[in-house]
Design a protein around this ligand. Structure first.
Ligand code: KIV
Length: 271
């Protein structure tokens, strides 16, 4: 089952072309085969195997505990499902901050074992050496600035970042630096939309926002949030397209009732 002749597989170059012609980029997180298959069939442009898997798949409070092995396992399932989308995989906390060689080794594992298309990591100036080293192996790198959840214990809250001038100025510098270093795109998370607009005006690579307003080149959401599988996470920027928590719960309650009442299986549902 390949990609149809008329349809392009999405590459980092296709994203750049989309930006140039003003076509917005759609991106969602995916962590498993079945969901990724649906998202790809819907023609999503980019699937991010995000370290948000730590929260929504593993039940941790933060993104910090998820391991490189766990990320690779999620990425392998997603890759098997996808014909069209570009697959970007997050480098998890602790797999790239130590030194640039460690960052390269972690990235090579993701590309080799999961057969991913690109990696993403959090941070600006602090991780530039790691990005440079990863790029030497021909691995495309997506940056991530603003609210960077792997630094939650430094920030102390998940509130909007870069509202103060000094942090906003650093973010603008970091975005430029990531572009100059060779990142193919940047995610901006939870920053004022005015600042996101300034970033877009300052750099030429695609900028994907989550809680960064409408002026960016594309949008990303955590799939569990936009599908309403999570009920207890409702930031202002989130648009919920379904209420799957209630729908799934209702279906399971219905099934339990049918089993208990001997309604299931009926005459047609047996051999
Ligand atoms: O891990 C993740 O889901 C992310 C998105 C919030 C961009 O990094």
């Amino acid at each position: 089952m390949g990609i149809s002749k008329n349809e392009k597989r999405i590459t980092t170059h296709v994203l750049q072309e989309m930006k140039m012609r003003g076509e917005k980029i759609s991106m969602l997180t995916a962590y498993d085969y079945s969901m990724a298959k649906i998202f790809d069939a819907a023609n999503i442009d980019v699937l991010l195997v995000g370290d948000s898997a730590s929260n929504v798949m593993h039940g941790h409070e933060t993104t910090l505990p998820i391991t490189l092995d766990e990320m690779i396992s999620h990425a392998k399932s997603v890759i098997r499902a996808v014909d069209r989308a570009l697959i970007v995989v997050d480098l998890p906390f602790g797999s790239y901050q130590g030194n640039s060689k460690e960052a390269l080794v972690s990235s090579i594992r993701i590309m080799k074992e999961a057969e991913a298309h690109a990696i993403k990591l959090e941070g600006g100036e602090e991780v530039v050496d790691s990005i440079k080293r990863i790029l030497t192996a021909g691995i495309p790198v997506m940056g991530h600035l603003g609210l960077t959840p792997q630094s939650i214990y430094k920030f102390g809250t998940y509130e909007v970042r870069a509202k103060e001038e000094a942090e906003a100025a650093k973010l603008l510098r970091d975005a430029k630096l990531l572009e100059e270093t060779g990142c193919f795109a940047i995610v901006l998370e939870k920053i004022p939309s005015k600042l996101a607009k300034q970033v877009v005006e300052n750099i030429k690579i695609p900028v994907i926002g989550i809680g960064a307003g409408p002026h960016v080149d594309g949008q990303v959401l955590v799939s569990h949030d936009m599908l309403g599988i999570n009920k207890d996470f409702s930031p202002k920027f989130l648009r919920r397209y379904l209420n799957l928590y209630d729908e799934i719960k209702g279906a399971v309650e219905h099934y339990i009732k049918d089993v208990k009442s001997n309604d299931f299986p009926n005459d047609k549902e047996q051999y």
